[in-house]
Design a protein around this ligand. Structure first.
Ligand SMILES: Cc1cc2nc3c(=O)[nH]c(=O)nc-3n(C[C@H](O)[C@H](O)[C@H](O)COP(=O)(O)O)c2cc1C
Length: 337
């Protein structure tokens, strides 16, 4: 089997990222820390640190620790609503981080300039074609198109539809990486042929040997099938919450209770909408930590995408990447025959 066609289809994305293979491991809060990130980059992929709610000091330490484990490029994912976003950008710049991924909404005023001024490349999520165009116009260097099959915070549209809407229009202008629901190489081959520069996977890597996720968290993934990874439901129209895809457990119910509590605070005028949304995000960060770090698979949040059914055992990152690449290369070969 030859990987020549696959390498050629991946070359634009790999060149952009500065790695061998255009497979990003999307940032996963609590999971994407020094061990998983360095393992991904050392295996030829592109690891991304999940900054989440970290303080600038914690991010500084995490980047330094990751650098000690790999001399290959990796990125940092920052959440736009972090109150110290500009300090975090400064930390990335001080370390010479080459790629910053901004998640959680449109980049706030000044953030694109601040990131690019220091020489880093900026990747943003484009949840619709109109936003993809807007982001490209504002100087973003690459896009991630993520469908609702993904784990964690999701938009309303599937990966296959977003890819069809966005790739033909945007792939000529800038590299576009497709994410959400990718568990095997055949899907990678298909998106590359449609014009993607590469792909981003989260769920498939969450339980790798190098992932620090608790054994109970990993076991829950190995047992789950696609239909267990469900999106959270908004219970109050006045409180718009971004849906989160996770494995169904008791924590799913406690999110409903949390929404009621926050909606009541909004009603009574105790808090403003911005604070209400921050409280919801803090809830998720805490719940995810309980599952990933403490192994509380009942009360915590088991964020997972629909590809979770294809995660069946603990494997080293290098084996997962090798398998994905073989599957993709074989699919391309079959089509060429
Ligand atoms: C446990 C978990 C935590 C995540 N945390 C984040 C995060 O902090 N920031 C972010 O931009 N995306 C986050 N994501 C999304 C991933 O980066 C990635 O885009 C997604 O997992 C890709 O879809 P897949 O799960 O179908 O592979 C998370 C996903 C999971 C499964």
């Amino acid at each position: 089997m030859t990987h020549a066609r696959l390498s050629s289809l991946m070359s634009r994305g790999a060149d952009f990222l500065g790695c061998e293979t255009a497979i990003l491991c999307g940032a996963m809060s609590w999971v994407s820390e020094r061990n998983l990130v360095s393992a991904i980059s050392n295996a030829g992929g592109f690891g991304v640190i999940a900054c989440g709610a970290m303080t600038p000091e914690l991010l500084d330490a995490e980047i330094a620790a990751t650098k000690a484990l790999t001399d290959r490029p990796f990125g940092v994912n920052l959440i736009t609503m972090h109150p110290q976003l500009f300090d975090l950008i400064e930390v990335c710049a001080r370390h010479g981080v080459g790629h910053v991924v901004l998640a959680g909404g449109l980049p706030p005023k000044g953030s694109i300039e601040a990131i690019k001024q220091k020489g880093a490349k900026l990747l943003c999520f484009a949840p619709a074609l109109s936003l993809a165009k807007k982001l490209a116009r504002s100087g973003v260097d690459a896009l991630v198109v993520e469908g609702m099959e993904a784990g964690g915070h999701i938009g309303p549209v599937s990966t296959s539809v977003l890819a069809q809407e966005i790739l033909p229009e945007m792939a000529g202008q800038l590299p576009v990486f497709v994410a959400g629901g990718i568990g095997r190489g055949e899907a990678i081959a298909a998106y590359l042929e449609m014009g993607a520069a590469g792909v981003q996977l989260g769920t498939r890597f969450a339980c790798a040997t190098e992932s620090i996720a608790h054994p109970a968290f990993k076991k829950a993934f190995f047992r789950a099938s696609a239909r267990d990874a469900i999106a959270s439901v908004q219970i109050d129209p006045r409180l718009p919450v971004i849906p989160v895809r996770a494995l169904k457990n008791a924590g799913t119910e406690s999110f409903t209770a949390k929404q009621r509590e926050v909606a009541n605070l909004l009603d009574s005028g105790t808090i403003e909408m911005m604070e209400a949304q921050l409280q919801i995000e803090h809830y998720w960060a805490g719940a995810l930590r309980r599952a990933v770090i403490d192994g509380d698979v009942e009360g915590g949040s088991l964020m997972a995408g629909q590809s979770v059914g294809m995660v069946t055992k603990e494997e080293p990152v290098a084996a997962i990447i090798a398998q994905l690449l073989d599957e993709a290369a074989q699919a391309l070969e079959r089509r060429a025959a």
